[in-house]
Design a protein. Structure first.
Length: 147
């Protein structure tokens, strides 16, 4: 392999310093760790909290609607539901009108755990917003444009 067959290290440095995707991934991991730490007393991860929150609705949700909301494929969502179902936090039921569809609902234990987790999330969220930007609404709008 000749010197011409190698990518210049300067390009590697440019990617390291400027790549929006790399920096978004690093920030997402850091955010996830912050919220995982905050939610640890409830034995929920930030992903599980988001999933439970997405089920806090008047009518049961479908796997399709929740997967779209969380930008998660249906297979991954189904896998993420299993531990919550085993803990008795979520109920997955066959839709009586369409046997292929599943309805997702929070159980009483799921609602109780969200009530316990909510103040932990609020504190972590407020602290994180103070760190992130003086105008978090602009950041949120920018991130939404990407998704």
């Amino acid at each position: 392999m000749s010197k011409r067959d190698k990518l210049p290290v300067e390009f590697t440095h440019r990617v390291r310093d400027a790549c929006l995707c790399l920096h978004a991934q690093r920030a997402a991991r850091a955010l996830a760790r912050r919220f995982d730490d905050a939610l640890r007393p409830t034995e929920l991860t930030n992903g599980q909290f988001s999933l439970l929150i997405s089920l806090n609705r008047v009518e049961p949700a479908t796997i399709g609607k929740v997967s779209a909301l969380l930008a998660m494929d249906r297979t991954t969502l189904t896998a993420n539901l299993k531990p919550l179902e085993r803990r008795g936090l979520v109920k997955v039921a066959v839709d009586p009108a369409d046997k292929r569809s599943r309805h997702l609902t929070l159980t009483q234990a799921g609602h109780a755990l969200l009530i316990e987790a909510a103040p932990l999330w609020k504190r972590a969220h407020a602290a994180t917003e103070r760190l992130v930007s003086s105008d978090s609404d602009v950041l949120r709008a920018t991130l939404r444009r990407l998704s």
